[in-house]
Design a binder for this molecule. Structure first.
Ligand code: 9MR
Length: 368
């Protein structure tokens, strides 16, 4: 029922609480304040380049965000560029900024098939060597920031049914080296190194009601159920939420059911990399922004009601520097508009849609 109502609202060009195209006042309370009023949080990813040279963006981040995640600094290729040395300079810079401003940080990510240094896969010569490399890495990285990170994406993007591996696992360097046990090893090592950070399995492509994504939801659920049954210390599912405003199959009912199923396993949910690409929409900026905002609102309205959902992080606060212009370029060459703030750091309709979605979310009831 919800799905039908929202689909027709989107089709009708419905736009959330916007009488006209006037920008929102940047002095109104930020997205985190709106989320926090319901017991949720809002945060954003930040690149190391922006952290070191974009003070205007940093000022807006402080106004909008209650959590930070680095786009790059905690990945293997940042910390382990050299096999014999650890380089924590970028991660430490983010931690320093966050500490100064008392902002919680999520760590992203300890295990991924991308952003690895070239030396890594050749070094995975045996199960013993591979397990040692993985656990040593996790001990060093999660151990260094133990007690100071709110969450860890322990395993990122583990599933790809097309690879035809057991449990629909993606055929990655870690799967080849250790088999499915790499997931268990990573979660156990993280729990030992930093027991306080929420341990997340993070995934994309479960956002919509299209065939491969519906399959992926079930594959992820099965994987989580298996991990929980075997007492692997997983605590939450991260839904990346790289949305596509040109996708018509929002499937709110299926998405809400997926989240309820995750919650029934005793797991929390975090929306980890929210943004809305628009390469399938026409060029007009007002029309694009309206469609993006409506799409985001419809999606968030399906997700936020479940109390297992803890909060939302956008993958970049502003349209400046978004990854999407290189990964999903528009045919007309125009920059994409996926973020709550535009490239001049002004609040867009998407900002309004997100704020309104937080306002509409049921309050989380604190357990006494
Ligand atoms: O946005 C990130 C980009 O700047 C990096 O070059 C890239 C490789 O490290 O990773 C991008 O972030 C990805 C994230 O880590 C995992 N989910 C998909 C994100 C977009 O590709």
């Amino acid at each position: 029922m919800i799905a039908a109502a929202m689909t027709s609202a989107v089709a009708a060009g419905w736009t959330p609480a916007l009488a006209d195209d006037k920008p929102f006042d940047n002095k109104l309370p930020g997205l985190h304040a709106r989320a926090r009023a319901k017991g949720l949080f809002f945060g954003s990813a930040l690149s190391s380049v922006a952290l070191s040279n974009d003070n205007d963006l940093l000022a807006r981040l402080l106004a909008e965000c209650g959590m930070l995640v680095s786009e790059d600094a905690f990945k293997w290729d940042a910390i382990r560029f050299d096999q014999t040395k650890f380089d924590f300079s970028r991660a430490d810079a983010l931690m320093g900024f966050a500490l100064l401003h008392q902002l919680p940080v999520r760590g992203h990510t300890l295990v991924w098939h991308e952003a690895n240094p070239a030396w890594l896969e050749p070094a995975l010569t045996s199960k013993t060597a591979s397990e040692k490399l993985l656990t040593d890495h996790i001990r060093a990285v999660a151990g260094r920031y133990a007690g100071r990170l709110a969450q860890w994406d322990v395993v990122n993007e583990a599933i790809l049914g097309d690879d035809k591996k057991p449990q629909a696992l993606r055929n990655t360097l870690w799967l080849r080296a250790l088999g499915p046990a790499y997931i268990d090893i990573a979660f156990h090592a993280t729990a030992e190194a930093d027991p306080r950070a929420l341990r997340v399995i993070n995934e994309y492509g479960i956002e919509y009601g299209i065939d491969w994504q519906v399959r992926k939801r079930n594959q992820l659920l099965d994987l989580c159920a298996d991990l929980v049954a075997r007492k692997v210390p997983i605590q939450a599912v991260g839904i990346q939420a790289h949305l596509d405003a040109g996708e018509v199959n929002l499937d709110q009912t299926g998405l809400a059911r997926f989240i309820a199923d995750v919650a029934s396993l005793g797991l929390k949910v975090v929306i980890t990399e929210f943004d809305v690409r628009d390469q399938r929409l026409p060029a007009s900026i007002p029309a694009r922004d309206t469609a993006i905002a409506a799409h985001a609102r419809a999606w968030l309205d399906a997700v936020l009601p479940n109390p297992a959902v803890l909060g939302v992080l956008s993958w970049g606060l502003s349209d400046r520097g978004t990854w999407l212009n290189s990964y999903f370029p528009r045919a007309d060459g125009l920059p994409q508009r996926p973020s709550p703030l535009d490239a001049d750091l002004n609040r867009k309709k998407l900002w309004g849609a997100m704020a309104a979605a937080f306002d509409a979310a049921p309050p989380r009831i604190a357990k006494s």
